[in-house]
Ligand binder design. Structure first.
Ligand SMILES: Nc1ncnc2c1ncn2[C@@H]1O[C@H](COP(=O)(O)OP(=O)(O)O)[C@@H](O)[C@H]1O
Ligand SMILES: [Mg+2]
Length: 593
């Protein structure tokens, strides 16, 4: 049994092994088959893809060819359309040109018709005028005819009546001639008296006057407007300025209102014509034989040049007024000659603004004639102003020469003083009177505080010279106001040049020009305080005179004090006074405030 079992087991194992081999063979065959199938499948796929790609390419080629045909067709059509459009446009342009020509023809026809009409109307007007004239002439002739007839009747009537009538007419003629001569003499005498009285009136108003002008804001881009008000519209002499922010003793931020008063305050609304109305009396004084000086003081941009030299400024207006007055004075036997010069003081040197640089500049020298109280500038061109237009030419010439002299003309003009000098010489053929007056119109350098620190070289020199000349001007006015015997004219070129137009009988007007902008407020207050100081000195001087010499007139007192023998002043007093002016200008303070 065991043996049988063993052989069965062996047979089973053999069978198993055979089966296993068989299975493995089958599996191998199957794998082969699968691989084969996969390969075939891949080949088939590749072939199909290739076929499809080829079909697609063929299709694309076909489409492209169709598309190209289409495009060619369309572009041909487009070209045809364009050609047609071009022709149509050309036709239209030709038609348009034709129409324009027609319009032009019609216009010129209209113009010629209009001018025909105008001509006809003028002819009609002239004819009407002629008819009116002819009828007036006819009436006059009729009147004359009647008068002549009456005369003939009279001549034919009685010779005694005739001779009486002639004698009567002769006597009346002589009376009329005598009356005319008397009237002329009276007129001439009255002119002389007018001059004396007018000067007295001017002296009573003050030989030195201070006025203020506030310019308008030009446009909104200029910035915030300062708070300026003009409280008294009756006297037009006051200006209130709201000062900068300050800390009060209680620690609050406040803005004080600072009041100023001058002989006259011009608001921004006032134009050059009205300003001239106020100064025209001084121009009259120059014509009457006095020396007159009008200054414009203020920071750059405050309106000095606008007031003096603009087309309707003081210079053109003064010359026009002078021409008109000279013409009227002819019937009072006065004949005048008028001569103008224009100079500039730059860095304490005089320059002639009427001589172009190309002509070569000569050194200008100041010469004073003490007897005639007149100043001449040697080597300086003087233009005979024999027609009203010449002054405009002269102003333009001065402006051009100034521009040639400096590349930055505007900058230079704010750092130099320009002086327009008008000499007026009058002679009276009936009374043998002669008068010689000078009108100086001065556009001063910008008064803005120029600091020495930081400035170097030329700029430093300029700064020092401007500061010096402006404080010298202050010194001179102060010395004149105090009636001091010594007036320091020679301390600056400007005051030296204007020596005879600042003291004695001459008339001085200082315009302090004010900008209306908040950004310029500090400079505005400085300028106003400087001008106030000038005015206070003068008022105080006049008051002192009135109190101490009650019986005398102010005019005689002023004259007497100006004629006083020079008081010897110590050098230190002079230096102290100069320092006071300079520091006042610098700090914007007035010694009285
Ligand atoms: N009263 C005024 N009315 C109108 N414009 C003015 C007036 N004053 C000054 N301007 C204008 O203000 C600007 C500065 O004035 P400007 O006369 O050149 O100043 P400054 O000579 O003091 O430097 C200029 O454009 C001027 O035309
Ligand atoms: Mg100017």
């Amino acid at each position: 049994m065991q043996k049988q079992a063993l052989s069965l087991t062996l047979a089973l194992e053999t069978e198993q092994r055979n089966r296993k081999y068989e299975l493995e063979d089958k599996l191998r065959d199957h794998r082969h088959e699968v691989d084969e199938l996969r390969r075939e499948f891949k080949d088939e796929t590749d072939r199909l893809q290739r076929t499809q790609r080829e079909a697609l390419e063929a299709l694309e080629r076909h489409c492209r060819a169709e598309l190209e045909d289409e495009r060619v067709q369309k572009s041909k059509e487009l070209q045809e359309l364009r050609a047609r459009l071009g022709t149509e446009q050309q036709d239209l342009n030709i038609a348009l040109l034709g129409k324009e020509r027609e319009i032009q023809d019609m216009r010129s026809q209209l113009e010629s018709l209009k001018s025909d009409l105008d001509r006809e109307q003028t002819i009609k007007g002239n004819l009407q005028k002629q008819i009116a004239e002819v009828s007036t002439t006819a009436m006059t002739l009729e009147d004359r005819n009647r008068a002549l007839r009456a005369q003939i009747d009279f001549l034919e009537s009685d010779s005694k009546a005739q001779s009486d009538s002639f004698a009567n007419m002769e006597a009346r003629l002589q009376d009329a001639l005598r009356a005319a001569e008397e009237a002329k003499q009276k007129l001439i005498k009255e002119e002389t008296e007018r001059r004396v009285l007018f000067n007295k009136y001017q002296e009573l108003k003050g030989n030195i006057r201070v006025m203020c002008r506030v310019r308008p804001v030009l446009d909104s881009s200029e910035g915030e407007e300062a708070k300026l008000s003009f409280p008294d519209t009756k006297t037009s002499a006051q200006l209130d300025v709201t000062g900068p922010e300050e800390r009060s003793s209680l620690g609050n931020t406040i803005r004080k209102v600072i009041p100023f008063e001058f002989d006259r305050v011009f608001t921004p609304a006032v134009n050059n014509e009205d300003v001239f109305g106020e100064i025209s009396q001084l121009v009259q004084s120059a014509l009457d034989g006095y020396n007159v000086c009008i200054f414009c003081y203020g920071q750059t941009g405050s309106g000095k040049t606008f007031t003096m030299s603009s087309a309707d400024g003081m210079i053109p207006r003064a010359t026009h007024m002078i021409y008109e007055t000279i013409t009227k004075l002819k019937e009072k036997s006065w004949t005048y000659t008028m001569e103008g010069s224009f100079v500039e003081v730059y860095n304490e040197e005089l320059h002639d603004l009427l001589t172009p640089a190309s002509e070569g500049k000569k050194k200008l020298e100041i010469r004073h004639d003490d007897a005639r109280k007149q100043t001449t500038v040697l080597n300086c061109k003087a233009v005979a102003l024999d027609s009203a237009d010449k002054v405009e030419l002269m102003l333009r010439q001065a402006q051009n020469n100034r521009s040639v002299a400096a590349t930055k003309a505007n900058e230079r003009s704010s750092r130099s003083h320009s002086i327009f000098i008008l000499k007026l010489i009058g002679e009276n053929s009936a009374t043998n009177e002669r008068c010689e007056g000078t009108l100086n119109l001065v556009d001063l350098a910008g008064s803005e505080r120029l600091k020495h620190s930081g400035a170097e070289g030329d700029r430093m020199k300029e700064t020092q010279n401007i500061n010096k000349s402006l404080s010298c001007l202050g010194d001179v006015i102060e010395a004149l106001g105090r009636g001091s015997g010594h007036v320091p004219y020679r301390n600056s070129k400007l005051t030296h040049l204007l020596q005879y137009s600042l003291g004695g009988n001459s008339k001085t007007l200082m315009f302090v020009m004010v900008s209306p902008l908040e950004a310029h407020l500090k400079e505005t207050i400085t300028s106003l305080r400087f001008a106030t100081k000038v005015r206070i000195i003068l008022l105080r001087f006049l008051l002192e005179l009135m109190l101490t010499h009650g019986r005398c007139t102010i005019r005689t007192l002023v004259r007497r004090s100006l004629r006083r023998r020079p008081r010897r002043e110590s050098a230190t007093a002079d230096v102290v006074r100069r320092r006071r002016w300079t520091s006042m200008r610098g700090r914007g303070q007035c010694c009285c405030c």
